[in-house]
Design a binder for this molecule. Structure first.
Ligand code: IMP
Length: 196
């Protein structure tokens, strides 16, 4: 309940954020641009299969799917949940599937919807996995990318924003399962980590 009454009016979380890296307005505009681009590129494909990576991508997935619809392109939605073994800093890129696809994707044109590409290890594993399930094509749309941190060359065709190499929260991204509901992407104040 620590955060619940941080502010009488307005959002409880604003006081925990140092810097807004990407505003709600910027996210909205960018998703519309990305969806238009994807809808144009996939004009010849009847229905694209979006694969959202839980939990972080849930908000991006919802907004991106809506924008695809507005740009006149049907989509179908699937979700996967994965977790890396061990500590992030020492991650070997070995991934455990917590929730698998609910159906066969053979012959389908798949777009992986990712919140953020950091080291790229999770994504690299996921792309190999989806290709092994005989998708006709697999591309990636990522809202955020940290260019400095990319250890593995992963082909991310559609990128929203290149951001600095800082830990960010909001718009699906969490710190200890909090802050996912923020409508923007921001950096937490260091005092938040101290009191955690
Ligand atoms: P990667 O395998 O290092 O690219 O890690 C990707 C996953 O780590 C993302 O899908 C996020 O869930 C998480 N992640 C990476 N960077 C951040 C961050 O700055 N804030 C919150 N989660 C992050």
């Amino acid at each position: 309940m620590r955060h619940a009454c941080a502010m009488a009016d307005g959002s409880w979380y604003d006081g925990d954020i140092d810097d807004v890296i990407v505003s709600e307005e910027q996210i909205k505009e960018k998703i519309s641009d990305l969806a238009k681009q994807v809808a144009d590129d996939y004009r010849a494909v009847e229905s694209v299969l979006l694969v959202g990576v839980l939990k972080g991508a849930f908000m991006f997935m919802a907004d991106f799917a809506r924008e695809m619809g507005r740009h006149g392109h049907p989509v179908e939605l699937e979700f996967m949940a994965v977790s890396s073994y061990g500590q992030r800093a020492t991650s070997s890129g070995v991934v455990r599937i917590l929730k698998d696809l609910d159906r066969d994707i053979a012959g389908r044109h798949v777009i992986v919807v990712e919140d953020i590409v950091d080291s790229g290890l999770t994504l690299s594993w996921l792309l190999r996995y989806l290709q092994s399930r005989s998708a006709a094509s697999v591309e990636v749309v990522a809202l955020l990318r940290k260019p400095d941190a990319i250890q593995v060359k992963v082909p991310v065709k559609y990128v929203g924003f290149d951001i600095p190499n800082e830990f960010v929260v909001g718009y699906g991204l969490d710190y200890a399962e909090r802050y996912r509901e923020l409508p923007y992407v921001g950096v937490l104040k260091s005092s938040v980590y101290v009191r955690a």
